[in-house]
Design a protein around this ligand. Structure first.
Ligand SMILES: NC(=O)c1ccc[n+]([C@@H]2O[C@H](COP(=O)([O-])OP(=O)(O)OC[C@H]3O[C@@H](n4cnc5c(N)ncnc54)[C@H](OP(=O)(O)O)[C@@H]3O)[C@@H](O)[C@H]2O)c1
Length: 335
């Protein structure tokens, strides 16, 4: 267990209605408080995974950001599913992903991002969320990744079916493939209530000009793109533009595919990171981005419950301001 987290998250001092204290790993784990974080339907619940033993989180400290087009709040850390959820019927892998999803939800996370491009991921997400009774708890996002109006509609209907979502929370055009065609369908589907939000995604800086064109010309709810402490091109124009135009931002590749950890392997966190409630390098990388006011949500991918817990830890406590972000960057570059 992450020793730092155990000491960091103190039992809540607030009233029961306002605060959530989860002390999991015992039969008392399944409780719902009036704080916007609730737990799985008891009838579908699995045993609380040991990774949650002694976890104490204060729901008042959960950081959420408003989606500008609706005013709805979304917790700032979610979960990506590229590769990690492409496990088909592998029982062992599914068991571990059940723990990942349980940690996400118990710690107040909502956003889960998939795509028809990710092999069996959409189906695995759908099956496991159904098994856990989590469908209503989570904010489900997926994508359309094909050309042509009919093919797009067919693929999106299949995704909705696979993820077992009556309506999809967010449908995005993956890597801008046939974007103008699909945005027409998405606008119509949003009006019909088949999806709640629409957006576009990419994962390379080369696509930023096109993303910016769409932010200016279309009524987008969300834009998803790559940004991390290694690749910070988005800070120049894309993030400020999204903020100015009121488009919610989802960050993919927040760990540069995991390569950021190679820089910090074996290196201790500096003492001053406690100022920002940072207890691991993962939280350091995520909180750097979450300190940017344009960022709504980061979606690190993981197949490990302990990493999910670590990542969700970044959604709690203090965030760095601009000065703090600069300090974090300078320190990382000095390693
Ligand atoms: N065009 C698009 O729309 C697009 C493109 C790329 C990505 N995405 C989305 O963005 C998500 C995130 O991107 P990504 O998965 O490519 O890269 P990423 O989130 O930057 O990195 C994932 C890697 O980090 C590791 N990791 C996660 N949490 C960790 C922790 N706390 N400590 C140490 N290692 C940790 C994971 O390994 P473990 O499994 O061992 O934890 C995995 O190897 C994707 O899953 C996908 O949903 C969208």
């Amino acid at each position: 267990m992450n020793k730092d987290m155990k000491t960091k998250y103190k039992p809540p001092q607030h009233s029961r209605r306002k605060a959530l204290q989860l002390v999991l790993g015992s039969s008392t784990a399944l409780l719902t408080f009036g704080c916007g974080i609730s737990t799985a339907d008891q009838s579908n619940a699995v045993n609380a995974p040991s990774i949650l033993d002694n976890l104490q989180v204060d729901a008042n400290q959960l950081i959420q950001r408003v989606i500008p087009s609706s005013g709805e709040k979304l917790p700032v850390v979610g979960l990506g599913t590229w590769q990690t959820f492409d496990v088909g019927n592998d029982r062992q892998a599914r068991k571990r992903l059940i723990e990942v999803l349980t940690v996400l939800q118990k710690m107040g996370g909502k956003m889960i991002d998939s795509s028809p491009m990710y092999g069996s991921s959409e189906k695995v997400v759908g099956d496991l969320c159904q098994q856990l009774g989590l469908r209503k708890e989570l904010f489900m996002a997926t994508k359309v990744w094909t050309s042509g109006q009919q093919a797009g509609k067919q693929q999106m209907n299949q995704s909705i079916q696979k993820m077992q979502a009556k309506s999809m929370d967010l449908m995005q055009v993956h890597n801008l493939v046939d974007v103008d065609t699909h945005l027409k369908t998405l606008r119509a589907w949003k009006a019909q209530g088949k999806i709640r939000y629409l957006g576009v995604t990419h994962y390379t800086t080369g696509a930023y000009p096109q993303l910016m064109r769409l932010i200016k010309s279309e009524s987008l709810d969300f834009v998803q793109f790559n940004y991390n402490m290694k690749v910070r091109e988005a800070e120049k124009r894309l993030l400020p533009l999204a903020k100015e135009k009121g488009v919610a931002v989802i960050i993919n590749r927040p760990y540069a595919g995991g390569s950021l950890f190679r820089v910090t392997r074996g290196k201790p966190l500096p003492e001053w990171t406690k100022e920002y409630d940072i207890n691991s390098w993962g939280q350091y990388f995520l909180k750097y981005m979450l300190g940017h006011p344009a960022v709504n949500c980061v979606i690190p991918g993981t197949s490990k419950p302990k990493h999910m817990r670590d990542n969700m830890g970044a959604a709690y406590g203090k965030l760095p301001d601009e000065k703090g972000r600069k300090k974090m960057l300078t320190y990382l570059e000095s390693l």
